[in-house]
Design a protein around this ligand. Structure first.
Ligand SMILES: [Zn+2]
Ligand SMILES: [Zn+2]
Length: 338
């Protein structure tokens, strides 16, 4: 692999858009090989296998550990109250991110009436992934530069060797959140900054964090009329729920830009990862998303679960969402690799 690694951006983001053209043709695909690379194919295959094993090690094992903790805790520290509260909080905050922050605020894949707009901004804030305007600005920058210099969270940032990818996966998964380089909101989210409602929800982020952290304990305590109920609800519906949703969201940035299927043409390494579809509420059909970013449904093919698209469908039926950009066969056919 000789393609240049997307490194830490030194570009001024204000001029970066226009510099896209010269980096676009250096766009890298892990499966591409030039003529002089042809002899290195077995080496690449071996590397691919090592990458898969590394991924499983770093991401699947901690996740399995969380799952294993559930039956172990059942009966003394986990009850069905906790499961209900945690599931509801996960679904509300999670769809706040996928339907609200992502498909609506970032990509405008539908229009929303004002109360729905405000509700989505609040629901997404409960995920504690940062205030809405910052989230949107970062994500729009990700699409502008996906897997190239300027992308805030590409796993290919340090190169394509196995150690570089492991380091890059960590970066894409969480490391980038500690980056001091902030995405300029006036450049990437002027529409949100101009909206008084959204500026208010954005400013209320610390209060919404407090609600997200404390509400499960209050509900759990009142529901069971015990301090024990408050404590277990806090553990499962606050700590575990927030941790799991964070890792699932970040897995879209890391795993879905490293491994998976690529049935659609994109200029980046985005991929569809089926086993994340339910937990990610349809966001792991990420190859389609990069091929057609404004599409309201990401799981466009038969059997591809996408609860976010289902939610948008219900909101449309209620009349709260309208002008939804549903997938169109002609658009998909043009983008599909034959
Ligand atoms: Zn992406
Ligand atoms: Zn997106």
């Amino acid at each position: 692999m000789t393609s240049p690694a997307p490194r830490r951006s030194t570009l001024d983001p204000r001029v970066a858009d226009t510099s896209n053209a010269h980096v676009a043709d250096t766009s890298i695909r892990g499966d591409s090989t030039s003529v002089e690379d042809a002899g290195a194919l077995p080496e690449l295959e071996r590397k691919g296998k090592v990458e898969q094993v590394a991924l499983f090690g770093f991401i699947i094992i901690p996740f399995l550990a969380i799952l294993a903790a559930i039956p172990m805790a059942w009966g003394w520290g986990l009850g069905w109250h906790d499961v209900v509260i945690a599931t509801v909080m996960y679904a509300v905050a999670g769809h706040g991110i996928t339907v609200g922050f992502h498909r609506y605020f970032t990509h405008g894949s539908f229009k929303a009436r004002r109360p729905l707009k405000i509700a989505l901004a609040i629901a997404g804030s409960l995920a504690i992934e940062g205030p809405v305007i910052r989230w949107v600005a970062d994500h729009r920058r990700h699409h502008a530069f996906s897997d190239r210099e300027g992308d805030p969270h590409s796993p290919w940032r340090y190169g394509e060797t196995v150690p570089a990818l492991i380091k890059g996966l960590w970066w894409a998964h969480s490391g980038w959140l500690f980056d001091v380089e902030l995405t300029p909101q006036a450049k990437y989210a002027p529409d949100l900054l101009a909206d008084k409602d959204l500026r208010r929800v954005d400013a209320a982020f610390p209060a919404l964090v407090a609600v997200s952290v404390l509400a499960p304990a209050v509900v759990g305590g009142v529901w069971s009329m015990s301090w024990q109920g408050a404590a277990t609800a806090f553990f499962w519906a606050t700590l575990v729920r927030i941790g799991l949703l964070h890792h699932v969201t970040w897995s879209i940035n890391s795993i879905c830009h490293a491994v998976g299927e690529r049935p659609f043409t994109t200029r980046d390494k985005s991929a569809n990862v089926w086993w994340l579809a339910i937990l990610s509420m349809g966001e792991s059909w990420h190859n389609l998303h990069h091929a057609d970013p404004t599409c309201a449904r990401h799981g466009v093919d038969r059997g591809q679960l996408d609860s976010s698209a289902r939610t948008i469908w219900a909101l449309e039926k209620l009349g709260w969402a309208y002008d939804v950009r549903w997938p169109r066969r002609e658009r998909l056919d043009v983008r599909r690799i034959r």
